[in-house]
Design a protein around this ligand. Structure first.
Ligand SMILES: [Zn+2]
Length: 96
């Protein structure tokens, strides 16, 4: 199939969605330090880490479908996950 390489890239991105990246680690470490010295600031750093995580999930859900070019995992601007195992627009399966 022509889409194998692109589908594998989507699968690889989805498998890494829960890995910590540098901005999240910085926010969490600073939040941990601030929880001792500046407890009020720790909440904002936790929220910042959550925003960084949500932006990653949104980016992965919006990866373009190799067949139709539209976002693979979502039709909406508000996502709760990376999407199903098929394209939300054309139905192309991740494992096809
Ligand atoms: Zn599609």
């Amino acid at each position: 199939m022509d889409y194998i390489k692109d589908l594998q890239a989507i699968l690889k991105a989805r498998k890494g969605v829960y890995n910590l990246n540098c901005p999240m680690v910085i926010c969490l470490v600073l939040g941990l330090i601030c929880s001792v010295f500046l407890p009020g600031l720790a909440n904002f750093l936790g929220i910042a880490a959550g925003i960084v995580f949500y932006r990653r999930v949104l980016g992965i859900a919006r990866l373009p479908s190799p067949r139709c070019g539209k976002s693979f995992g979502t039709k909406s601007n508000f996502v709760l996950g990376v999407g199903p195992e098929y394209c939300m627009h054309c139905g192309l399966g991740l494992y096809s």
